[in-house]
Design a protein around this ligand. Structure first.
Ligand code: BMA
Length: 328
């Protein structure tokens, strides 16, 4: 199986601990980013990290003492220790801000490189949550484009290359609140502004762990076997929602077709930092790094809506598992 991405020999990595039989294992110094990275910031989670100029850059969700979510950039030499810009990302707008500049809040950023440009998609407050898009070539200046969809929507995730000359994005139509429902859809666009040809990809349900809603995680990884997509699946309990990490494979040329979807979650909230925080019981995958040469994958996930954690797996193990244990 081949991975169609770059080699990343400096990917943050730890081997699977002896005696651990899981497909995904945690970084032993988690949380990789603790809750107080900047003055008066009380949480940093659901954030995306990408390779950048020999090191790493990222866009991070923070929450201050006012509990409003904002986006900050950060840099790291090793993907483990980060320095953050204390000022939230200030977007510029080609034709003046106007309505696009109305951004009531911003959270859950994904970062996707397409043809040398990095695109940020996030949950943008515009009369309710929808999908904001911006682009950057230096992680300093960000140009915001039109919102992709009508409110309400979340978990907008771009594919890292055009397919048949079009941009493709996964998203999860929702409501204004914490959405007790939700399926993943695919939309396409010629220009990242006009989106259409919306197709249903996969619904919640099937196994209990994703019985309430599901949403795309980091940008999909291209492999010979299909697009490898990590996602969050949510179940309901008498104490609220539980968010776990799962994986599926989508067809390379028609990504609304699910090739296989693993029946089991790969990582469920268990560690103390996943079970204690502003929202206990949340593992929310948002960014991932992959070394095409070895298949090593490092997933950054928000833990308990408070801190950022890291876990590891290998595409050469995950993909056969998805195919052998598929709900389809
Ligand atoms: C979802 C989003 C995520 C959050 C999750 C768990 O609805 O708001 O940002 O991590 O709930 O609270």
């Amino acid at each position: 199986m081949k991975i169609h991405a770059s080699a990343l020999p400096n990917i943050p990595w730890q081997p699977r601990p002896a005696g651990n039989g899981d497909l995904v294992w945690r970084y032993d110094a988690n949380p990789v980013i603790g809750r107080r990275p900047l003055p008066r910031v009380t949480g940093i989670y659901n954030s995306a990290v990408v390779p950048w100029r020999g090191g790493f850059a990222g866009v991070f969700r923070t929450e201050g003492m006012d509990r409003l979510p904002r986006l900050h950039t950060g840099r790291s030499a090793d993907g483990l220790k980060f320095e953050f810009n204390p000022r939230p990302v200030a977007f510029r707008h080609e034709n003046g801000a106007g309505e696009i500049g109305r951004m009531e809040y911003a959270y859950d950023p994904r970062v996707t490189e397409i043809e040398g440009v990095h695109y940020i998609t996030w949950c943008n407050g515009y009369h309710g949550p929808t999908i904001g898009i911006a682009r950057t070539t230096d992680f300093e200046s960000f140009e915001q484009l039109e919102n992709a969809f009508l409110p309400y929507n979340r978990n907008g995730v771009l594919f890292p290359r055009k397919i048949g000359g079009k941009f493709f994005m996964l998203s999860r139509p929702s409501d204004t609140g914490h959405t007790p429902f939700g399926d993943i859809f695919l939309s396409e666009s010629p220009d990242l502004v006009h989106w259409g040809r919306h197709r249903h990809v996969i619904g919640k349900g099937g196994p209990w762990w994703q019985g309430v809603k599901i949403g795309a995680g980091p940008s999909p990884i291209e492999t010979d076997e299909g697009w490898l997509l990590f996602y969050h699946g949510v179940t309901g309990t008498c104490n609220g929602f539980i968010y776990a990490i799962g994986a599926m494979l989508l067809d390379l040329e028609n990504p609304s077709r699910v090739i296989a979807c693993a029946r089991e979650a790969l990582l469920c909230p268990e560690a103390p930092y996943e079970l204690a925080g502003f929202v206990p019981g949340v593992c929310f995958p948002v960014g991932c790094l992959c070394d095409a040469d070895t298949g090593r994958i490092a997933i950054y996930y928000g833990a308990a809506d408070t801190v950022t954690a890291l876990c590891f797996c290998n595409a050469h193990e995950i993909i056969p598992f998805i195919k052998a244990n598929s709900i389809k």
